[in-house]
Design a protein. Structure first.
Lengths: 195, 535
């Protein structure tokens, strides 16, 4: 597959940084699960596995209810945005292809340290989020930023920082007059919502 | 030629047969005029350069605002909106929106009346220019505008100009952050009071109450913030026709040069259409109002339509932002809401400086965790530590400072750059005078005094060097009684052409330091009466 070929060629020396040439869908860039992305398959549990595995790396330790949160606020949020969903799936497939190439295993089946290492070695930490850009930029846009947006624009992530109604979440009208946040940090139930 | 003008939505964008009134622009000025006239039975056509944004897309637009790499939620920029600047850079496309609803799509929604002195700056202080109307002339229209927009406010501001009736909606109570300022301000003898907001504190006019998404500017997903889409919808219900994707290229007058005969607009497929009407109303904002008049030059009007005064495009003004931020040793609870709940207008009418100044107690100081997370270069526990370090103890003040009119601050046409239809783009020449800078410094002094009294450690100041515009473009088709000195009369009708009105903040002879939209609305309602009478 093009994703594998492109990633493999780039990381042949064992070190990868910066940008990668994006694989082209017209070069046979099927998704890692073997389905043709142009067929716009419906969201699968495989994608949820990868997103949850990525969320484990991106979210702080100890977030409970993470998988349900990702299913609701990441997949659920984009369920009616077909172009975006296709981009998300393609970026996930690319990350998975890199994992198979570098580590010989699907991304979701690697341990968390290996998943973290792959993202950092891809340069995703400093990548510009760009849905049309190289692999690292697309992973930053569709996977990293999406998961961070969902988390920190919800009370689940906001509470950990000290704001129960962060921007992007409806509810600030109930809390802007309060001097303290009800329920101190430590309540890390990922699925909780506050208004 | 497709009837939809190449947009691809099968909506007819061909001109109507001659209308009573053709309104160019569907922001608050155009929408209110269109609604009032259509409701009285006039045949109204509105031409809007931008698209119609579906309300169902607001959550996605909010995400576009918060997340880097998603583009402008209101799609500003590119060849359609190209411009050039000289002097101090003016970020024009951050300052306006083209679309049904105009710049109220992205505005914050602050709606104060100008003060009595704002209409008489020349007489009282020997600066600027007097308006041809005074506060009392506009007062009933201010009240009507407050009802139209749905203003939430309270009668607790001792510095506000006189009013009898309460606001249509109750004010938003002060924030926790405001309470932190209160004691320090009291010790300093500085008064805090509520802020009139065009934002529903309770359901009003078919729109929901505020839920506190925190992104008022630039996207309100709840619909609580007033946008001119409201009056566009009302106008359409009353029979007006609104054509989007229809930028007007020029106005053409009759052989006598006394009346405008048609507005020439283009659709995306490049086709030019002619909309005829008995009356024309320009309502395209402080830059495009002037630009369209300049683009409509003719043999009789070589300097631009309605420009025998040479004032079209001149006296361009904005309000200047002055601010300061600090950190406290305690939680300040910022970024729950995206609007302001307390201000101070105590220094507005001062004579040293003469420039008006209003002070704002911000509810959104410091970084928002989600936006910082999306720009961070790490994740996991390390990111959480970073966010906890940066969120929670910021506090800040903002403010607006008046800029007096200066003929050299102006909008002209740039002959060297063309837009997507081949028209010269607007050229914005804008600079700050020394007196404006002094007024900004004075605002900073008060802000610093308050923050120091609070015991906060000041971390940043936006003063005369770092200041920028508040995105209130004013002055470029000023109103006045003398046709040699002004573009429109007290009713917003041009001196030169008897069937052409110009509405919006471009008609302000001076701008005060209050956010302009309530005055835009009041003047538009007043202009609608004169238009109606003329029909």
């Amino acid at each position: 597959m093009a994703a594998l070929a492109a990633a493999g060629a780039t990381v042949g020396g064992g070190v990868l940084f910066g940008r990668m040439v994006p694989p082209r869908s017209d070069g046979g860039g099927a998704a890692s699960d073997g389905r043709d992305p142009s067929a716009a398959p419906s969201l699968s549990s495989d994608l949820l596995d990868l997103l949850d595995a990525t969320a484990e790396v991106l979210y702080p330790d100890g977030v409970e209810g993470r998988r349900d949160f990702v299913e609701t606020y990441v997949l659920g949020r984009v369920s009616d945005r077909s172009d975006y969903r296709d981009g998300l799936r393609e970026a996930a497939a690319q990350l998975d292809a890199v994992a198979r190439d570098w580590e010989g295993s699907p991304y979701a089946e690697l341990d968390a340290d290996a998943r973290d290492r792959i993202l950092r070695n891809l340069g995703v930490e400093t990548a510009d989020p760009d849905p049309e850009g190289p692999i690292s930029d697309r992973i930053r846009f569709y996977l990293v930023d999406d998961l961070l947006f969902a988390f920190y624009s919800s009370p689940a992530g906001g509470r950990l920082v000290g704001i129960e109604n962060p921007i992007g979440h409806p509810g600030g009208i109930e809390s802007y007059q309060r001097g303290t946040m009800p329920d101190a940090p430590g309540n890390t139930n990922g699925g909780e919502s506050d208004g | 030629m497709a009837e939809d003008g190449g947009v691809g939505d099968s909506i007819d964008r061909t001109p109507a047969s001659s209308a009573d009134v053709c309104v160019v622009g569907s922001g608050p000025a155009g929408a209110l005029v269109a609604h009032r006239l259509a409701a009285q039975g006039a045949d109204v056509v509105v031409l809007e350069a931008g698209p119609r944004f579906d309300f169902a897309g607001r959550r996605e637009q909010q995400e576009e605002h918060i997340r880097p790499g998603m583009g402008d939620p209101w799609e500003m920029g590119g060849p359609r909106d190209d411009y050039t600047t000289a002097g101090r850079h003016y970020p024009l496309n951050a300052a306006r929106v083209k679309g049904v609803g105009g710049s109220t799509l992205h505005w914050q929604g602050m709606v104060m009346r100008l003060h009595e002195r704002d209409f008489e700056m020349e007489t009282r202080h020997g600066v600027g220019a007097d308006w041809p109307i005074d506060y009392d002339d506009l007062r009933p229209y201010y009240a009507e505008a407050e009802r139209a927009l749905g203003v939430a406010g309270a009668m607790d501001n001792p510095y506000a100009p006189p009013r009898e009736e309460p606001f249509p909606l109750s004010a938003f109570p002060p924030s926790y952050s405001d309470s932190l300022f209160a004691e320090a301000c009291e010790r300093l003898g500085i008064d805090m009071h509520s802020v009139p907001n065009a934002r529903n504190s309770e359901p009003y006019d078919g729109r929901a109450p505020c839920q506190g998404y925190g992104t008022c500017r630039p996207v309100c997903p709840s619909g609580a913030k007033y946008t001119a889409e409201s009056h566009v919808t009302k106008a359409e219900s009353a029979g007006a026709r609104v054509i989007d994707h229809a930028p007007v290229q020029r106005l053409e007058h009759d052989d006598t040069g006394e009346v405008v005969e048609r507005a020439v607009y283009a659709t995306p497929d490049g086709t030019e259409h002619h909309q005829r009407a008995r009356r024309f109303v320009l309502a395209c904002g402080g830059v495009e109002n002037a630009r369209l008049l300049l683009l409509s030059e003719s043999e009789q009007y070589p300097g631009g339509l309605a420009n025998s005064s040479d004032a079209v495009g001149r006296f361009f003004m904005d309000h200047l932002f002055a601010g300061a931020g600090a950190r406290l040793d305690e939680p300040t609870r910022q970024n729950h809401v995206g609007f302001i709940t307390s201000e101070c207008h105590q220094f507005y009418d001062d004579e040293n400086p003469i420039e008006g100044t209003k002070l704002e107690f911000l509810n959104y100081a410091g970084p928002s965790p989600v936006i910082e997370a999306l720009h961070a270069e790490t994740w996991g526990d390390e990111l959480l530590t970073q966010l906890r370090d940066s969120y929670g103890t910021h506090i800040a003040m903002g403010g607006l400072v008046e800029q007096l009119p200066d003929a050299e601050n102006r909008i002209t046409l740039d002959p060297n750059r063309r837009d997507d239809h081949g028209n010269p783009v607007p050229h914005v020449e804008w600079s700050l005078s020394d007196r404006t800078k002094r007024a900004i410094r004075r605002a900073n002094d008060v802000q610093h005094a308050i923050l120091e009294e609070l015991g906060a450690s000041i971390e940043w100041t936006v003063g005369p060097e770092a200041t920028g515009p508040a995105y209130h473009q004013m002055g470029t088709t000023r109103m006045g009684g003398d046709p040699d000195e002004s573009v429109v009369d007290a009713d917003c009708r041009t001196h030169d052409l008897s069937n052409l009105w110009v509405v919006g903040s471009s008609v302000f002879p001076t701008g005060g330091a209050m956010n302009p939209t309530l005055t835009i609305a009041a003047l538009s309602l007043r202009a609608a009466e004169s238009l109606s009478a003329s029909l």
